[in-house]
Design a protein around this ligand. Structure first.
Ligand code: SF4
Length: 299
């Protein structure tokens, strides 16, 4: 049984993130016509009660509010908007989106300062708009989560980004290790850090949220890098998701395990072998497996 459907609504975006996994879909595919998305939503509704509207940047679509309303009319109980959050800097846009039926917001924030976030998104003013968007949504009582993509430029600042997330009163944040596909793959050397370098900063960043009573998670960080923080590995609890992209991925968990990630031979001796997905395939193909040390069973 699927728990969630993730619907890509087009690949246009007002950011130009250095680590975007969509790569050339922006130019090769661009927008997806609204009638096609509505057709997908109608089909998806028979499969799940929870939908994520995403892109690209879904909020810049002229028919964005129409799509949210359609998802609500179809009876989706959980309607999440996955977004860079910039459009939510506009009060009226927040009100209209909430009135249309959206009830969960996942925003992308990759730095604790304008210099860092705007550099990573290659968009001047993006930090101020996203932060204002978070404040606007929280002011209206909405559930807000943050997705923070861990990369070479921001990993040392993860504790500061976490502290900002707490100050902004977000409900949840997650550190997602960059996936070297699309633009991130083209910029590999500039973008992808070593797991062993990020580990202490990830843990400090998690601790800040834990102490503040926030829900915190990591994504695509194997258990052997998470000693003392095993319960925060998101893959343990990611719901079974179907993705409507250019093609359809029926089971994203199976896709991640079988195609997205790659483990080493020695992983078979690790106590987490049965539940660990390992690092992204592109990472281990480039950097190898030497950092990943099997975790022994407790004595
Ligand atoms: S199974 Fe492999 S990648 Fe996963 S935690 Fe163990 S050693 Fe690390």
């Amino acid at each position: 049984m699927i728990e969630k459907v993730d619907v890509k609504c087009g690949f246009l975006c007002n950011n130009r993130c250095l680590f975007c996994v969509q790569g050339n879909k922006r130019t090769q595919i661009g927008d997806i016509p609204t009638p096609d998305i509505i057709q997908t939503l109608e089909k998806a509704r028979s499969e799940a009660y929870s939908v994520v509207l995403t892109g690209g940047e879904v909020t810049i679509k002229p028919d964005f509010l129409k799509l949210v309303s359609k998802a609500w009319e179809l009876g989706f109980e959980h309607i999440q908007i996955q977004t860079n959050g910039r459009m939510f800097a506009i009060d009226d846009f927040c009100d209209k989106t909430i009135r249309a039926g959206a009830n969960d917001f996942s925003l992308a924030l990759h730095g604790h300062t304008p210099a860092l976030h705007d550099y990573l998104t290659q968009s001047n003013g993006a930090f101020y708009q996203t932060v204002k968007g978070i404040k606007n949504l929280k002011k209206r009582g909405q559930r807000v989560g943050l997705n923070i993509v861990v990369n070479r430029s921001n990993y040392r600042h993860l504790p500061s980004i976490a502290a900002l997330a707490v100050r902004l009163r977000v409900d949840q944040y997650q550190f997602a290790f960059v996936h070297a596909l699309g633009t991130a793959g083209e910029n590999f050397a500039r973008i992808v850090p070593r797991y062993t370098l990020i580990e202490p900063y990830v843990k400090k960043g998690l601790l800040i949220g834990i102490l503040a009573g926030k829900s915190v998670m990591t994504e695509a960080i194997p258990y052997c890098m998470m000693s003392g923080y095993y319960p925060y590995v998101a893959e343990r609890i990611i719901p079974k998701t179907k993705i409507y992209d250019v093609g359809v991925i029926d089971d994203y968990t199976a896709y991640r395990v079988n195609e997205g990630k790659l483990k080493g031979e020695h992983c078979t001796t690790c106590r987490f072998d049965a539940v660990c997905e390992g690092p992204w395939r592109e990472y281990s193909q480039r950097y190898g497996f030497y950092e990943f040390r099997p975790v022994p069973n407790p004595a």
